[in-house]
Design a protein around this ligand. Sequence first.
Ligand code: NDP
Length: 390
Amino acid sequence: MTRRVTLLGATGSVGASTLDLIAGAPDQFALEVVTAHQSVDALAAIARRFAVKVAAVADATCLPALRAALSGTRIRCLGGADGLIEAAAWPSDVTVAAILGVAGLAPTLAAIRRGATVAFASKECLVAAGPLMLAEVAAHGARLLPIDSEHNAIFQVLEPANRDQVERLILTASGGPFRTWTTDQMAAATPADAVRHPIWSMGAKISVDSATLMNKGLEVIEAAHLFQMPEDQVTVWVHPQSIVHSMVAYRDGSVLAQLGTPDMRVPIAHALAWPQRMATTAPRLGLDRMAALSFEAPDEGRFPALALARAALRQGRSAPTVLNAANEVAVAAFLAGRIKFLEIVEVAVATMAHLGVSHLDSLATVVAIDDAARRSAEEQVDRRTRGIAC
Ligand code: NDP
């Protein structure tokens, strides 16, 4: 039976990999809904190519341009926050949540609240609102299928009958472009250096997060929520080849791993076709052609983001929300050339210290704290761009 797909964040990197899979399996999938933020031309091209039913832009000012670009078609055009939520609530069989950042929270929740199966990439949402989001998943009978490669790997090897026999989850990390750089070298790193990931081809924000190792920190939080594991049972190993995508260690000493070439189409395909599997054209793993698979402990001295994220997870409540918002602001400021690479984590530390930790009792509180953290992080960025001692 053909699966109807909604693709939130269709114009991004995860979006492109998803489109490639859908285009290659027209008998299995029908793309019905696509969304973007402001990339009207790219969204309209996707909408026409896949003859979707609904196209939505988050920026309401882009709606007239989207309507113009799709004139002569029967595609319904939506815009603004409400338009995005309406698009996400469309009754498809699988919703791919691949909007960048916490901006994906409201639309992803709209899908969850209609009990959707959500192929989930938008880790920032789970970091910012983990327990509340999972409560919504449970209340509405929705399902989250992780497509972040590490979490998808764990999902594949986590035996449902033996969840209470798990000793720890082992997330692997490529180490990013600065794995072998000194702190002094990183101090002078440019945005071009930071987005030049040695293994994965991804959007700019997650590439910078990989360079700081904040991505792995966010993933520790994501894994703790998704798989209900305490922070000290989520281990990280740097594995530069990115072949072993993650592992689950059981109490009997067995370690189960999922392997594959580093290609996002593989975990996305797993979630799209779940519980079946689908064919992909992703390059096959040639283990015989590999000299070695190596693993090393992350250097938390050079990469303080990982310890910061772990501390936020242990503190709980609003701490991960603040960390995520501050990081989003700081990464955007770094990409815009406003702050230096090492200042990304400094902004996050200062914002967390400034705001402290408070209770998160509702999604409205998450939005308010996210907002306050963004304003505080912006102030930190401003101080740094104006050279004021922090
Ligand atoms: P990209 O920056 O490539 O794409 C982001 C997508 O989200 C685009 O469609 C963009 O639209 C849309 N978007 C951005 N801002 C908003 C907003 N305010 N409101 C609505 N839509 C918005 O990101 P990636 O594809 O790299 O990453 C997407 C998510 O997936 C992130 O959470 C990331 O951490 C996660 N992820 C990504 C992986 C990857 O390989 N790229 C791997 C694992 C997880 P527009 O084009 O108009 O800006």
